[in-house]
Design a protein around this ligand. Structure first.
Ligand code: CAA
Length: 368
């Protein structure tokens, strides 16, 4: 049912304006509200706090289907679900859940996750943003970079250093509201892909954040970010899977219509071999993504499985999008046929929520 609902929404609501949104870098605010009404914004959140109470596999299937047409819309869903709602649902206080989680889960508000900084991307323990303990509040100063939903969010989860001596154990996660004094949204990034998503740098100048807005115990911020990202990586893996599946479907369909040398190009072995390889990689990626989701639902340690799922699915998205362009020939290189957008959108899945190199590190560390 979830697959059918997400597929229908993707085809009827996301597909029609997706090329224009990509061209104009237009954030799909109305579609986000609709996705909230359909329950896509807080799928795994406790129903007591406005969520769907679903498992990770259901969430992954929804992200996969939305990504078949619009990876910009699906990353808004993925960040809100895995990086913001999941962490608050798991580690937030009752008060934080009532005040912040509920409107996020209902899709009335949008969330953002703020870990990356100009000098702390892959090397995420090197946070320069500070949260000085002032007794009843923290004073936050610093800059965050490449923040998805940056200019559109209402609620920001911000990682910042309170005690440098303690290294990553001195980092806290604080809930910052968009209207807090001293919080400023920087310029919007002009990106290669996922151009309908809204990416900004953020500045914090003496932002007073009440103590009750800290998520978890003092010093839990880095562990919070890592635990949250383990699940986030399954969400991005599902996004990559959806891009790969969307590219494959369009290529297959086109190969059965387009004629060359007296027959549909599907009948040429050169095209069949491409489609066979795409199908194989796609199904392998799907198995890894669903397995990681299942392991998470079983309460197993799924960090390495999430990394494998993201690493393989993002490679598959790049491969399938590239092959889909080749099968479309000249038509593949123009926007009308969608597949060139899939290649541009696929690239970010090898970068955000941990680059492919970080995923390899995570897999290798699990082998020690
Ligand atoms: N799950 C749980 N805990 C983890 C973890 C994981 N995957 N990876 C590391 N940790 C824990 C370690 O166990 C360690 O905890 P202890 O001190 O209790 O032992 C702690 O985190 C520090 O880890 P390391 O000692 O291994 O530190 P490191 O510097 O060698 O490695 C890293 C850390 C794994 C490379 C980490 O910095 C990392 O994952 N970097 C990538 C950051 C990232 O994914 N950024 C994405 C930005 S968010 C984004 O893209 C959002 C968006 O808008 C789409």
């Amino acid at each position: 049912m979830i697959r059918d609902m997400a597929r229908e929404f993707a085809e009827t609501a996301l597909k029609p304006g997706v090329i224009e949104r990509d061209n104009k870098q237009h954030f799909p605010a109305e579609l986000v509200s609709q996705m909230g009404e359909l329950g896509f914004m807080g799928m795994q959140v406790d129903p007591n706090y406005g969520g769907g109470g679903m498992d990770t596999l259901s969430y992954v299937i929804a992200v996969e289907e939305l990504s078949r047409w619009d990876a910009s819309a699906s990353v808004i869903v993925s960040v809100n679900n895995s990086l913001v709602c999941w962490g608050l649902n798991e580690f937030g206080t009752h008060e934080q859940k009532e005040k912040y989680l509920k409107p996020l889960a209902l899709g009335e508000k949008v969330g953002a996750f703020c870990l990356s900084e100009p000098e702390a991307g892959s090397d995420a323990t090197q946070q320069r943003t500070t949260a000085v303990d002032m007794g009843d509040h923290y004073l936050v100063n610093g800059t965050k970079n490449w923040i998805t939903n940056g200019g559109r969010a209402d609620t920001y989860l911000v990682m910042a250093h309170t005690d440098r001596e303690k290294k990553h154990k001195g980092i806290n996660c604080l809930i910052v509201e968009k209207d807090m004094e001293g919080f400023e949204v920087g310029p919007k990034e002009d990106k290669l892909g996922i151009r309908g998503s809204d990416t900004h740098s953020l500045n914090f100048n003496d932002v007073k954040v009440p103590k009750e807005n800290r998520v978890g115990d003092d010093g839990f911020g880095f562990k919070f970010a890592m635990k949250t990202l383990n699940g986030g990586r399954i969400g991005i893996a599902a996004q990559a899977l959806g891009i790969a599946a969307g590219a494959f479907d369009l290529a297959l369909e086109y190969s059965k219509i387009r004629k060359a040398f007296g027959t549909e190009i599907f009948n040429h072995q050169a095209i069949q071999f491409k489609l066979a390889d795409m199908k194989m990689e796609l199904e392998a990626a799907r198995a890894l993504v669903y397995r990681a989701a299942w392991e998470k639902d079983q309460g197993m340690d799924y960090a390495a499985s999430a990394a494998m799922a993201k690493l393989h699915a993002s490679k598959t998205a790049m491969f399938c999008a590239d092959q889909a362009i080749q099968i479309h020939g000249g038509n593949g290189y123009v926007k009308e046929y969608h597949v060139e957008r899939f290649l541009r959108d696929a690239k970010i899945t090898e970068i955000y929520e941990g680059t492919s190199e970080i995923q390899r590190m995570t897999i290798a560390r699990s082998l020690r």
